[in-house]
Design a protein around this ligand. Structure first.
Ligand code: XMP
Length: 527
């Protein structure tokens, strides 16, 4: 991470409040969801690996810990365990699914093997004799979401069983004295209707966490941390038009005002009207100093004759860095570079699958050897929190709710050679797709919707004339994180309107197709 002129990113720019709840990750599908739910309850949370030692954990002084679920069975050799000494730290603890089984297993209870598993909705019945503190205010029965094979059958000494489901004799266990609770079901998922109430009860009432992680506190602590890191220095920020770099810039601007300069490299491969909007928002409304580099011709020149997708990505990435360096070189005394890195990127870095599908060029992700110290004010935030911060800082909805857009822009949505003419055609077709998605009120449901220009031509007939022109492919997907995606089941009428408008309004297009490929096996972008 460190080159001579870079510091360990985020070491002092991140806004970590005094009170933290640590989510210990046992390989759960839902670890991030648990952390987000805790934050929704206005308590700051972070995810830590299950290999954390008691010493390391104690050093963080967490207000509470939550042990996540996980795919393993406690009985399998090498199954992840918690450092046993953590159980003696007297920190309020909630185990969820595998986490609850670990509490039972490591503290002397019994987890039954090969019991009959439970997957999906089931009914939890509170034990009327020992309702326990966790379920004290809960209904006698409630619907909960289960996903387990093993089940706790005997609680450890000092614990009580407080609820059961048809296939989990101990679905809730607790020891008030030890301040430990466990639930076999998943309170963090939407399918457990009273799940948030359970988490609230644990955090606010039993663990004594104060609900202080609010938008105001996020902004205030971030601003303080940024000021402390940058001191009297100057910073620059590469804006992409996307929400992450926009919010990072707005936050840093709030902290250091005119000592921030933003650089917007207009590659000429942006969506219709996007560059004007970036300039308008940042320069006019936010009053941020902005260098707008119009480099479209330079990109097109270098892209002439380039048709291979990887070559295109590399070419665009290289030109981008050169242009950015030239622009930022003129900013005197700037030695800090603002990046919009988010918490999920931080969690996943290092653990992500190394197989290279595509080389990503990320406008926010400039190389570290640019000789700047990194300022990453969003390093501890999830995307939804970043959007809220953006709104709070006065950024318009069009930026705060903008769909993800690849760094290489329309360059990877024009199959074959990229030319000025093709860019103009695709910009117009793409604008129609996005306009119609917005008109149908689907903007926030659809992860991305856009047009792709193919480099084949097809025969058609318009007004009794034969046409021979390019087809456009509409791509619309739903997704939570872009790792997997499903093609969106758009209404036929909406597809029809898009198709009619594209063919009638965009010269050079005589056919529209809809992409019905999910990811995997497809990727979201075509190149
Ligand atoms: P794929 O096509 O790999 O895309 O399924 C996954 C998500 O990443 C976006 N994407 C990029 N974002 N630089 C970026 O910043 C890139 O080079 C890049 N390529 C793809 C894509 O739009 C989708 O949201």
């Amino acid at each position: 991470m460190s080159s001579p002129n870079t510091i360990d990113a985020g070491s002092n720019t991140v806004a970590a409040p005094a009170q933290v709840v640590l989510v210990v990750d046992f390989g759960a599908q839902y670890a991030q969801l648990i952390a987000r739910r805790v934050r929704e309850l206005q308590v700051y949370s972070e995810i830590v690996p299950h290999t954390i030692t008691a010493e390391e954990l104690a050093a963080r002084q967490p207000a509470a810990i939550i042990l996540s679920g996980g795919p393993a069975s406690v009985h399998v050799e090498g199954a992840p365990r918690l450092d046993q000494a953590i159980f003696d730290l007297d920190i309020p603890t909630l185990g969820i699914c595998y986490g609850a089984q670990l509490i039972a297993h490591q503290l002397g209870g019994t987890v039954g093997r090969n019991a009959q598993g439970e997957y999906g909705r089931t009914t939890l019945t509170r034990d009327p004799g020992t309702p326990g503190a966790l379920l004290a205010d809960a209904e006698a029965t409630q619907t909960v979401w289960m996903s387990h094979f093993d089940a706790i059958t005997v609680v450890p000494d000092g614990f009580e069983a407080c609820g059961s489901t048809p296939n989990a004799p101990v679905a809730v266990l607790e020891s008030e004295r030890r301040r430990m609770w466990g639930v076999q079901y998943h309170p963090e998922v939407g399918h457990t209707p009273a799940g948030m109430e359970l988490l609230r009860r644990f955090l606010h009432d039993l663990a004594g966490c104060a609900p202080t992680w609010t938008m105001d506190s996020i902004i205030d602590t971030s601003v303080d941390a940024i000021r402390a890191q940058i001191g009297p220095g100057r910073a620059i920020c590469g804006l992409s038009g996307g929400v992450d770099s926009a919010v990072a810039a707005a936050l840093v601007h709030r902290a250091i005002g005119p000592r921030l300069t933003c650089v917007y490299v207009d590659t000429g491969l942006m969506r219709l009207g996007e560059s004007d909007q970036v300039v308008e928002t940042f320069q006019k409304h936010q009053g941020i100093e902005l260098i707008h580099v119009r480099a479209g011709d330079r990109f097109l020149e270098r892209l002439a004759g380039v048709t291979d997708p990887e070559d295109k990505r590399k070419t665009i990435g290289e030109v981008f860095i050169r242009v950015f360096e030239e622009a930022s070189g003129g900013i005197e005394d700037a030695d800090f570079l603002v990046q919009g890195t988010l918490y999920p990127d931080v969690i996943e870095s290092g653990t992500a699958d190394a197989a290279k599908i595509k080389s990503h060029h990320n406008v926010g992700g400039l190389p570290e050897d640019l000789q700047f110290k990194l300022v990453e004010p969003l390093r501890n935030l999830f995307k939804d929190e970043v959007r809220n911060v953006g709104s709070e800082l006065g950024l318009p909805d069009e930026i705060v709710w903008r769909q993800p857009f690849p760094g290489p822009g329309l360059g990877v949505r024009i199959i074959g050679e990229v030319t000025a003419g093709k860019v103009a055609v695709l910009q117009r077709a793409d604008a129609i797709v996005r306009e119609e998605i917005a008109a149908a009120g689907l903007e926030r449901e659809i992860w991305q919707a856009f047009a792709v220009l193919a480099d084949i031509r097809t025969v058609g007939v318009m007004g009794d004339e034969r046409t021979y022109a390019h087809p456009v492919i509409i791509r619309a997907v739903t997704s939570d994180d872009a790792m997997t995606a499903d093609w969106a089941r758009l209404p036929y009428e909406l597809l029809e309107t898009m198709s009619n408008r594209i063919i009638n309004e965009v010269d050079g297009i005589n056919r529209v197709a809809y992409d019905v490929t999910s990811k995997p096996p497809g990727t979201i972008e075509w190149e």
